[in-house]
Design a binder for this molecule. Structure first.
Ligand code: FAD
Length: 524
């Protein structure tokens, strides 16, 4: 039975693990969170900065900057419905900023290509409109039309049972769609390289479509739905049960979000962290050990011994919610070796605020820079630019209502993301002023923003996005086996390194990990 628990890491995965543990376990089971830094939230961090006045003093208003994630996706997927269940339970509904599907922020997404920003179509009519007018789509239609007639997987790919996104997409569609569209989308989510990332782990449904239909585009070939039972995700079957139960319980709330595309919070993503912290601390059985990095884990007869900077304690169960590369440092091979096979990339997140509103040539969520953009057009090695003032702080066409959105004053707020996999082959830009200078150069050249920003902030996020590279699913199986052999089911793994990097996925899989452990071990 579960008698005492340690949760390693106080990021969103660790905090939600603690939240679900508090709900599932009797109140006399102590839960200890180990966090190596001074604060909770991990890569989630929101800062409110005061705008400088004319004479250099503060007091002219404030602006909110996100150092990490800024929005949550609204969809019918289980992890999305689950986060709204959590938001409702945490009484955070009134904090939500809901971006409707019809708004420019939701509809207008761009890709930088051939020296200009090109709009990605959002409807059939818009495909016709943009196809002929934008260089991005040149030559793409034939690639889509011939896809159903292309040969199925070569034998080598069938045998390897996985393939890179670039190889799969080029095989199915050719290089244009792959390097202009898909690589841009992957830069936006994983900051990753399509030549390295796994089609099976990231676009499992496309992999299955090819397997079942022989093509990705269905046309007349749509027959039975792709087999879902064969999923590499061990929780796939249970997700349907969870989804049904969550939709029933949150019907009114989810109905109210029917027209929503993404959401954020008035006081930033940090609200989620702060409310989770309040909630778990109010239970009375959770202790948070700040600035206490865990150094070693050891399987012992009656549990797992945790050695941290401040001491040694034994717990009946340990939930790890630290990145896989960190957990590798705490454990022995073969587990440690498997964990090291999950690489990660670093990003410099540069926030800029300009006092002038409507500085941008277009409105929308922002633009991505795909692989197809030549180096001379992207010497800064940027991944994309988010138009925060459009995307979150206000709806297209509406004036900002002071106090009701994230910022107290109107203006133009942008985030430039630098680095990611581009830095696998060169020195990353860690330094604040250098990152800000690069971001300013990029937006001046690409979207003509030449003003001086009133506020800037650059955060170097080291190894912040795990990369699900080719063979990730097989490695997960090896990790599962090793963790059982080395810790007899007393060490449970969760966090962004394994089954999904989005905040929604981190929270949902924390819930599943807790449910699994409680069902398996029985209640104390
Ligand atoms: P982490 O946030 O890494 O938390 C791990 C914690 O463990 C940290 O607090 C760390 O200090 C602590 N720790 C590490 N080692 C030890 C140790 N030895 N002992 C004790 N503690 C330790 N997702 C979205 O859904 N929407 C977005 O818009 C979005 N944008 C993103 C933008 C950026 C720039 C980044 C980096 C990520 C973004 N993501 C987004 C992804 C998402 O934010 C992350 O995947 C998620 O926050 C990871 O949470 P985590 O708790 O698993 O890991």
């Amino acid at each position: 039975p579960i008698r005492s628990v340690a949760v390693l890491g106080g990021g969103i995965s660790g905090l939600s693990t603690a939240y679900y543990l508090v709900r599932a376990l009797p109140h006399d089971v102590p839960i200890t969170i180990y966090e190596s830094s001074k604060r909770l939230g991990g890569y989630i961090q929101s800062t409110q900065l005061a705008l400088p006045g004319m004479d250099g003093t503060s007091g002219e208003g404030y602006v909110l900057f996100e150092h990490g994630p800024r929005t949550l996706r609204v969809s019918k997927r289980v992890s999305s419905v689950n986060i709204f269940d959590l938001i409702r339970r945490l009484n955070l509904k009134d904090e939500l900023i809901v971006v409707p599907k019809r708004s420019a922020a939701a509809k207008n997404r761009y890709i930088f290509y051939d020296g200009k920003i090109n709009m990605i179509p959002y409807s059939v009519a818009s495909i016709l409109k943009f196809y002929f007018s934008q260089p991005l789509f040149r030559g793409m239609l034939p690639e889509v039309l011939v896809e159903p007639f292309r040969r199925n997987k070569p034998k080598a790919v069938v045998e390897a049972n996985d393939e890179s996104i670039a190889s799969f997409m080029t095989r199915r569609f050719g290089p244009r769609i792959t390097e202009r569209l898909i690589s841009g989308a992957i830069h936006g989510i994983y900051a990753g390289d399509i030549n390295q990332l796994s089609i099976k782990s990231i676009f499992e449904y496309l992999w299955k479509r090819e397997k079942t239909w022989g093509s990705v585009v269905p046309l007349w070939k749509r027959r039975e739905a792709p087999e879902t039972k064969e999923s590499e995700n061990p929780y796939a079957e249970r997700q349907n049960e969870h989804l049904k139960e969550l939709l029933e319980r949150n019907k009114a709330f989810m109905d109210s979000l029917e027209d929503a595309s993404i959401v954020s919070f008035r006081h930033g993503m940090q609200s989620l962290v702060d409310r989770l912290q309040e909630e778990i601390l109010s239970s009375g059985n959770v202790t948070i050990r700040y600035e206490d990095p865990v150094r070693h884990l050891e399987n012992v007869v009656d549990g797992v011994t945790v050695t941290s900077a401040q001491g040694v304690s034994t717990y009946s169960h340990v939930f790890s919610a630290v990145p896989s590369r960190k957990l590798a440092e705490l454990t022995e091979p073969p587990l440690a070796e498997c964990l090291r096979k999950i690489p990660s990339v670093s990003v410099n997140v540069v926030n800029l605020f300009f006092s002038k509103p409507w500085l941008l040539p277009v409105t929308g969520f922002g633009y991505l820079l795909p692989k197809a953009v030549p180096r001379e057009d992207n010497p800064e090695l940027a991944l994309g630019v988010v138009f925060d003032s459009d995307a979150v702080s206000r709806d297209h066409g509406e004036r900002l209502i002071p106090g009701s959105f994230q910022d107290s004053v109107d203006g133009t707020k942008l985030t430039v993301m630098l680095g990611g996999h581009w830095w696998n082959h060169c020195k990353p830009v860690k330094e604040h002023d250098e990152a800000v200078a690069l971001a300013k150069k990029l937006i001046s050249r690409q979207i003509g923003v030449n003003e001086s920003p009133a506020l800037t902030q650059a955060t170097y996020q080291e190894s912040c996005i795990p990369q699900y590279v080719v063979g990730h699913h097989a490695n997960l199986r090896a990790i599962h086996k090793a963790v059982l052999a080395q810790f007899n089911g007393k060490l449970i793994l969760t966090g962004a390194s394994f089954l999904g990097v989005s905040v929604n996925d981190c929270i949902y899989y924390a819930r599943v990990a807790v449910e699994d452990a409680v069902n398996h071990s029985g209640r104390a």
